[in-house]
Structures are given as C-alpha cells and as structure tokens.
Design a protein around this ligand. Structure first.
Ligand SMILES: [Zn+2]
Length: 86
C-alpha cells in the first residue's frame, strides 16, 4: 500500500513515472487512447452517414445533403463538441 503522495495526480500510478512535460505518463497514454477511440467512432459514424448521402455540417453539426467538409473534419468537430461525454 502506497501513500497518496507517491502516486500520480489521479492516484493511479507511481508519481515518478512522468513524461517530459510533468504529466503522468500512464494517465496521458490512457487519455490519448480514449481520445483516439472517440475519434475513430466519430469517423465511422460520419462515413456511415455519408454512405447514405447524409453529411454533418461542421459549423452547426446539423445533418445536411451537401458536404461542407471532409469526413475527418466532421469527425474532429464531433469529438471536440461531444468528446467529454464518457
Ligand atoms: Zn497516472
């Protein structure tokens, strides 16, 4: 059993296991993985809609028949808007 002072900010990992910017290396990795998984899911959604002729407007996030951006841009926009939802 370790003391909290020896753990990272999220009390999950050894505090000395930091990357160059002082963040917990393992927590950063986990966040990055989660973000990439969300991005992948959003891109799949956008592509599935596009296959049916439906596009996501990256300004309003409304659905439209006319593409206003690439699938990747639409996916990035969705993640930045809704990415905090777990
Ligand atoms: Zn950590």
């Amino acid at each position: 059993m370790q003391y909290p002072s020896e753990l990272c900010r999220n009390n999950l990992h050894p505090a000395q296991d930091k990357n160059s910017s002082g963040q917990c290396r393992l927590c950063s990795l986990a966040t990055d993985r989660t973000y990439k998984a969300k991005q992948r899911a959003a891109l799949e959604l956008v592509r599935a809609l596009e296959a049916r002729g439906v596009h996501v407007d990256i300004e309003s996030l409304a659905l439209s028949e006319n593409p206003t951006a690439s699938a990747q841009q639409a996916a990035d926009r969705i993640v930045s808007e809704f990415g905090d939802i777990e």
